[in-house]
Design a binder for this molecule. Sequence first.
Ligand code: PRP
Ligand code: MN
Ligand code: MG
Length: 182
Amino acid sequence: SSDVGNDLENILLTEEQLRGRLDELAEQIDRDYAGKDLLLVGVLKGAVMVMADLARRLHHDVEMDWMAVSSYGSGTKSSGVVRILKDLDADLTGRHVLIVEDIIDSGLTLSWLLSNLRSRGPASVEVAAMLRKPDAAKTEVDVRYIGFDIPNEFVVGYGLDYAEKYRNLPFVGTLAPHVYSS
Ligand code: PRP
Ligand code: MN
Ligand code: MG
């Protein structure tokens, strides 16, 4: 159905809450990178919303580049082995890089990405993630900017999908169990 209302259980973060936090994060990033050139690296596809919303709040001339990665194999993503589907266009040598993510779940994607990008000779690599599930962490990742810590529940919206759906919801919600248990 085109009406997603029945598929959602709860709204976890409203549009207003997301907007308020984005304002704060952008202010912090502006301050931290004052006088520096900054390259934002969005991780497709989930990071599209936060990338667009964060970037437009910066009073900073940033470059935006994109990377698409996939866990090796199809089923579980817990292996931590990641394959590059689309690499960056930019050369990272001497650049200040800020990875932008929608969510840190196990942390395995990000931890692989961090070591991959750090091996390319950047001046710095930091992470901004809108959401983090502390109870799902399988590895500790040092994250400079975090929107919200959330419970270990199945969430969708604001870039996050379930089987490629719900990404375009402007808020973050939990999915009703009937959607993924059938
Ligand atoms: C999701 C999410 C993060 C990653 C987090 O991406 O957008 O990139 O998983 O999981 P982890 O911390 O357990 O590694 P996904 O691989 O589903 O691709 P998508 O962004 O295209 O949805
Ligand atoms: Mn992703
Ligand atoms: Mg996904």
